[in-house]
Design a protein around this ligand. Structure first.
Ligand SMILES: Nc1ncnc2c1ncn2[C@@H]1O[C@H](COP(=O)(O)OP(=O)(O)OP(=O)(O)O)[C@@H](O)[C@H]1O
Ligand SMILES: [Mg+2]
Length: 477
C-alpha cells in the first residue's frame, strides 16, 4: 500500500501540513492567552486608578486623613462595590487596613504584593480560585501617607475563553488535516492519472508495433516532457528495427543471387549425361566467380556484424601511413591496368600514425577499388596525403548525383544496382564497401566524406585521420 506514489505523496503532504497546523495552533494559543491576560491587567489597573482618585477625593473633601478614609471605606463598600462587583479591593496605609471590599471569590487576605506588582495571588476565598492582582502605591499629600491599593479579579472568565479557543483548535486542526488528506489523495490521483494511462499505453506496445506513440496531453508540463522523451526513444528503436529488417532483406537478396546462379549452372551441367570439357570448365568458372563474390559479401557482413556488436578489437600500433598508402596504390594499379585507368600518387613524406593497420589498409583499398571501378577507360585516379592526416582519393569517373551522396554510406546501397553488379573487375559489389570504410574512419576518431562529386566529372573522397583521436567505439553506418 505504501509503495504507491499516490499514498506516499498524500502521507508526506499530510505529515507536513499536520506539523504546520500544530505549530500554528500552539502559536495562536500562546498569543491569545497573553492577550487575554494583558487585557485583564489593563482593566485591573484602570480600576486601581479609579479607586486612588476616589480615595484622594474623599480625603480632600473631608479635610483630613481619618474622616476621609472613613468616608472612602463607605464609598468602597457601596458605590465601588456596585461598579466593580467581581473585583476584590484592599487599601492599606503602612500595613494598616484602610478599607476593603470582597469580590465574587472573597477578600484579599493581606497586602500580598509589594507596590507596583502584577501577578497571581491567593485569596481567602470559598473555592480557592486563582486571582489576578494589580497593586499600586499612591501618595496623597493631603494625608501625608503612601497608600497601597490592590485590586484582584478571578480569572475564570478569561480561563474559560482560553479553554474554548483550545477546544476549537483541538477539533479544527485534526478535522482540517483529515479533509486536506482526503483532498490531497484525490489531487495526487488526478495528477498521476496520466502516468497510469501512459503505462497502459506502453504495455500495449510490442516489437511489431513500434510505430505507435504515446499521447502527449500537454507538451508544456513534466509528464508531457516524459511522453515526448519516450516517443523519441520509440522512434529511435523503430528506426533501428527498420534498419535491421532492411539489412536482413538486402543481405538475403545479395546472397540469393550468387547461390541461384551457381545452382543453375550446376543443374544445367547435370541435366545431360555427358558434356564437353570446355562446357564443364565454363560452368565451374561461373560457380567459382559466384563463390568468390559470395565470400566477399559474407566477409563484409561478418565485419559489420562484429562492428555492430562492438566485438571487433581494434589493434592499435605504430606504422607509417605513407608506406601503407604506397602499398595500396600498387594493388590499385594492378586492378586499374586492364581497365586502362591511370593511378597516380606518391611518393609521400613520412607519416607516422597509430592505428589498426589492417583496417586502414582495408579502408584505402575500398576507396581505391571504388575509384577504379567507377572510372571509365582512359580515366585517372589521384591520391594525396596531407599532414594531419587527410587522405584524398580523386577520380575522373562517373560521379555521384548530389541527392544520393548521403546514402552511399548506407549498407547495400548502390547508385545503379544493375550496372554495378555487372561492372567488370570485382564482379560488382554488394554496396557494403563504404559502410565498412566509414566505420573504420570513425573508430579511428576520424571521418569519411564525399568532398565533391558531380555526375560525369568524377568524385573526391576525403578521409580524416586525426593524430590523437579520442577513443571511440562507434557503430558502423
Ligand atoms: N568513386 C566513386 N564514383 C562514383 N560512384 C561511387 C564511387 N564510390 C562509390 N560510389 C557509389 O556508391 C555506391 C556504394 O559504394 P560501396 O563501395 O559501398 O559499394 P560497391 O562498391 O557498390 O560494392 P562493394 O564495395 O561492397 O563491393 C556504389 O555502388 C556507387 O554507386
Ligand atoms: Mg565499393
Amino acid at each position: 500500500m505504501f509503495s504507491s506514489v499516490r499514498t506516499r505523496l498524500t502521507l508526506w503532504y499530510t505529515a507536513i501540513l499536520g506539523l504546520i497546523l500544530t505549530i500554528f495552533a500552539v502559536a495562536v494559543n500562546g498569543v491569545i492567552t497573553y492577550r487575554f491576560h494583558s487585557e485583564l491587567d489593563a482593566s485591573l489597573a484602570s480600576a486601581a486608578t479609579v479607586i486612588s482618585v476616589s480615595l484622594r477625593h474623599e480625603i480632600q473633601e473631608h479635610h483630613g486623613r481619618a474622616p476621609g478614609e472613613a468616608m472612602f471605606a463607605g464609598v468602597l463598600k457601596t458605590i465601588h462595590a456596585a461598579s466593580f462587583p467581581r473585583q476584590a479591593i484592599v487599601v492599606y496605609a503602612k500595613g494598616r487596613l484602610v478599607a476593603s471590599k470582597p469580590g465574587v471569590e472573597g477578600e484579599i487576605e493581606s497586602p500580598p504584593q509589594p507596590a507596583g506588582a502584577v501577578g497571581w495571588c491567593d485569596v481567602r476565598s470559598r473555592s480557592g480560585a486563582r486571582l489576578r492582582l494589580v497593586s499600586r502605591s499612591v501618595f496623597i499629600p493631603e494625608a501625608g501617607v503612601d497608600y497601597l491599593i490592590a485590586v484582584a479579579e478571578p480569572i475564570d472568565r478569561t480561563q474559560s475563553q482560553i479553554s474554548f479557543l483550545r477546544g476549537v483548535l483541538l477539533i479544527a486542526v485534526p478535522l482540517a488535516l483529515v479533509l486536506a488528506a482526503g483532498a490531497g489523495y484525490l489531487l495526487a490521483r488526478k495528477s498521476l492519472a496520466p502516468v497510469a494511462a501512459m503505462s497502459r499505453q506502453v504495455n500495449r506496445i510490442t516489437a511489431g508495433k513500434l510505430g505507435q506513440r504515446l499521447t502527449v496531453a500537454n507538451s508544456q508540463d513534466e509528464l508531457g516532457d516524459l511522453a515526448t522523451t519516450f516517443n523519441g526513444l520509440l522512434r529511435r528503436l523503430d528506426e533501428a528495427f527498420e534498419q535491421q529488417r532492411r539489412f536482413m532483406a538486402d543481405a538475403s537478396h545479395e546472397l540469393r543471387t550468387p547461390i541461384a546462379v551457381s545452382r543453375t549452372a550446376a543443374e544445367v551441367m547435370l541435366s545431360s549425361p555427358s558434356r564437353a570439357e570446355e562446357e564443364y570448365r565454363e560452368a565451374l568458372g561461373i560457380v567459382a566467380a559466384q563463390m568468390q563474390r559470395l565470400t566477399r559479401v559474407v566477409n563484409d557482413m561478418f565485419t559489420l556484424a562484429l562492428a555492430d556488436a562492438g566485438a571487433y578489437t581494434v589493434q592499435r600500433h605504430r606504422f607509417y601511413l605513407n608506406d601503407l598508402l604506397e602499398e595500396a596504390l600498387l594493388a590499385a594499379r594492378v586492378l586499374a591496368a586492364p581497365r586502362n585507368v591511370a593511378v597516380a600518387g606518391g611518393p609521400f613524406e613520412d607519416a607516422p600514425y597509430e592505428g589498426d593497420e589492417d583496417l586502414i589498409r582495408q579502408l584505402l583499398l575500398i576507396l581505391l577499388d571504388n575509384a577504379v571501378k567507377y572510372t571509365p577507360a582512359g580515366g585517372r585516379v589521384d591520391v594525396r596525403l596531407e599532414p594531419g592526416y587527410i587522405i584524398r582519393v580523386a577520380d575522373t569517373g562517373i560521379g555521384i548525383a548530389e541527392d544520393v551522396q548521403a546514402r552511399i554510406f548506407d549498407r547495400f546501397f548502390r547508385v545503379d544496382k544493375a550496372r554495378s553488379r555487372s561492372a567488370p573487375g570485382g564482379g560488382g559489389g554488394a554496396g557494403l564497401g563504404l559502410a565498412i570504410a566509414n566505420w573504420i574512419a570513425t573508430v579511428h576518431g576520424g571521418k569519411l566524406e564525399v568532398e565533391s562529386s558531380s555526375p560525369g566529372e568524377g568524385s573526391v573522397f576525403r578521409v580524416t585521420l586525426p593524430l590523437n583521436p579520442s577513443p571511440t567505439r562507434q557503430q558502423p553506418g
